[in-house]
Ligand binder design. Structure first.
Ligand SMILES: Nc1ncnc2c1ncn2[C@@H]1O[C@H](COP(=O)(O)OP(=O)(O)OP(=O)(O)O)[C@@H](O)[C@H]1O
Ligand SMILES: [Mg+2]
Length: 309
């Protein structure tokens, strides 16, 4: 039995000659929020569509709840809730009426399912407001109510905060967290917004040009983000040489940035020990501080490209 709720092995989807997704091996652990992070066109939706049986992989395997998805769709997918495209709600019905239609289609028997789902996303049960009069945030909340109405164990949400205002984003973030913490759901969300994923996800998969480049817990990622000493000094190359000698630094421990900057990555070396050495050797130091790479820096480094919002 797999320890993962979702596990893929070399999952690939080709569109013609172009790969939409290439050999992605994902691991989603139970009871956690997994954030799939990537720029537009990275392959997030394609991965989710394959996980939901909406599109056939070209190659590779998918296991959900420890079973191969292929051949077990009817057993697995009823326990998965998804938000990929916006559901076709009827504009001239209320939220509750819309959910009733879907409950009937899905043969949901529990009479509490609709009020519970609405309560979860903070929408009223008895309300005269028509779907067409809903704000974008309310529409999105109703869509999420629909994904949890049948009480699935696993939720797959494609960019659930897209198009929401900051208050809507904070709300959606809160109830996604609650679904995980209080109701024990495993949740996979995608986003192209790094700060969103950093705020919400426990585990992060970074995808770029269809390839899964990194998969780590947020905690590990934060630890990886290096702390270092940054100095601005006259003649940085010569200063680097001197410090390397004095403090037994390797080339990787001590790097110049091509300008006046000099970075020291060895944390055992203290800023107060470095400065006197530089000054005694007639270097002028205009800046000395301890820095930390942000997730944004890390994302740039991993994808070898530009940052992400
Ligand atoms: N049906 C399709 N036919 C051909 N190419 C496709 C199809 N669907 C997706 N693609 C291509 O596959 C790549 C991945 O697309 P996908 O929609 O999965 O990315 P995404 O990460 O969800 O992007 P976005 O952030 O814009 O939603 C893109 O280059 C896209 O153009
Ligand atoms: Mg997409």
């Amino acid at each position: 039995m797999s320890q993962y709720m979702i596990e893929t092995n070399n999952l690939t989807k080709k569109y013609g000659e172009q790969a939409g997704v290439f050999e992605a091996s994902l691991h989603v652990r139970p009871g956690r929020i997994y954030g799939l992070l990537g720029r537009n066109g990275a392959g997030k939706t394609t991965i989710m569509r394959m996980l939901l049986g909406l599109t056939e992989p070209t190659a590779g395997q998918i296991q959900i709840f420890g079973k191969p998805l292929h051949g077990n769709e009817r057993r697995i997918l009823p326990h998965v809730g998804s938000l990929i495209e916006s559901p076709g709600f009827y504009p001239n019905l209320t939220g509750t009426e819309n959910l009733r239609i879907f409950a009937k289609l899905r043969r949901i028997k529990n009479p509490e399912a609709i009020p519970e789902a609405l309560a979860l996303v903070n929408l009223p049960y008895k309300d005269k407001k028509l779907f067409s009069q809903y704000s974008l945030g309310m529409k999105q909340r109703l869509a999420i109510a629909l994904t949890v109405m049948h009480d699935p164990d696993l939720l797959i949400l494609d960019e659930p905060i897209n198009g929401l205002d900051p208050i809507g984003i904070a709300e959606v973030r809160r109830f996604i967290r609650e679904l995980c913490d209080k109701r024990g759901k495993t949740i996979m969300i995608s986003s192209h917004i790094l700060s969103e994923i950093a705020l919400l996800a426990d585990d992060i998969g970074i995808i770029d040009h269809g390839r899964l480049l990194e998969e780590e817990s947020l905690h590990e990622l934060e630890q990886k983000n290096r702390r270092y000493i940054y100095l601005e000094v006259s003649e940085p190359e010569r200063a680097a040489k001197l410090l390397a000698e004095k403090f037994a630094l390797s080339g990787a421990d001590c790097e110049t940035d091509g300008g006046k900057g000099l970075c020291i990555y060895k944390m055992q070396v203290q800023i107060q020990d470095i400065l006197p050495v530089l000054i005694q050797n007639d270097f002028s130091v205009s800046c000395a501080k301890i820095c930390e790479d942000t997730l944004e820096d890390y994302f740039k480094k991993v994808t070898g490209g530009e940052g992400i919002a």
